[in-house]
Design a protein around this ligand. Structure first.
Ligand SMILES: [Zn+2]
Length: 73
């Protein structure tokens, strides 16, 4: 009965919580790369692979995260 109210966004299992972190983490990574470009000798051209590495780590964590208590699709 309550199942119909539960969408993918409200699921609180570890898997879905890690997925919810993806957006903020990518934004933070972009911000950090630009900060580094500003204040260190590294430039965006040298640091852009972080945009592959960091989301890759998040996806890895997501695939390892438990789906216990997962609700929805
Ligand atoms: Zn879930």
């Amino acid at each position: 009965m309550a199942d119909e109210k539960i969408s993918g966004r409200t699921c609180a299992c570890a898997h879905c919580r890690v997925r919810g972190l993806m957006g903020p983490i990518v934004l933070i990574t972009i911000g950090v790369i630009f900060l580094f470009g500003e204040y260190t000798r590294y430039s965006f051209g040298e640091l852009w692979p972080l945009l592959l590495i960091v989301p890759g780590i998040v996806m890895l964590a997501q695939s390892l995260a438990s789906k216990d208590g997962h609700a929805g699709r």
